[in-house]
Design a protein around this ligand. Sequence first.
Ligand code: PGA
Length: 244
Amino acid sequence: MAAGRQLIAGNWKMNGLKADGLGLARDIAARARAGTPACDLLVCPPATLIAAVGEVIAGSGVALGGQNCHAAEKGAHTGDVSAEMLKDAGCGYVIVGHSERRQNCGETDAVVNGKVAAAWRAGLVAILCVGETRAEREAGRAKDVVSGQLRGSLPEGADSARVVIAYEPVWAIGTGLTPTLADIEEIHRAIRAAIPSGARILYGGSVNPKNAAEILGLDGVDGALVGGASLKAEDFWAIAQACG
Ligand code: PGA
């Protein structure tokens, strides 16, 4: 993927049976083949659909990613998927440390750190998610929380080719709420100061076709991690069109 281009990544979460997921992938791939998007595109389907979606998007320029991985390469970890398995299934990326996993599955910074390292071991780009809760923002601690998560979750040796940071305020995910544009810029500046130069920093949390242009037009926003709006090809494409 070309450096300097924005990245629009779709996080499908636990959504989509075969018919929906493949239909969505076909629609996105057809638009990408026909339209030469001004950004890089990535879809992260649920694990059950990764291989099949990979076949559908092959040759379209749309990249494939997983939503999580285990830190180990293989072994007795019932129900888990390793970074090597994602790579083997055709992925180039994996999302790690999403707040839903930090909250619902008890993933600490140390656990997430191991997953980023696993992604690198397997040759995947890690999309590391960080972001404050509503209480933390109201207490004026957003920047400190994000900096702490970066320190704890990002292993030594990070470089721009292997890591993408996604700033996702927990209170903005799936709620229709977004920080002010100034607040997004402020946190992106703080992240920029803490990570390797050139690494992309995405904003995530209630990005939709209506707010995409103003968010993606901000200084220091190198793309978006999109949940709900990535489940409709038309909306995902409209967000991509807001780039550049
Ligand atoms: P949302 O999710 O776009 O539905 O708010 C974003 C995310 O969780 O990555």
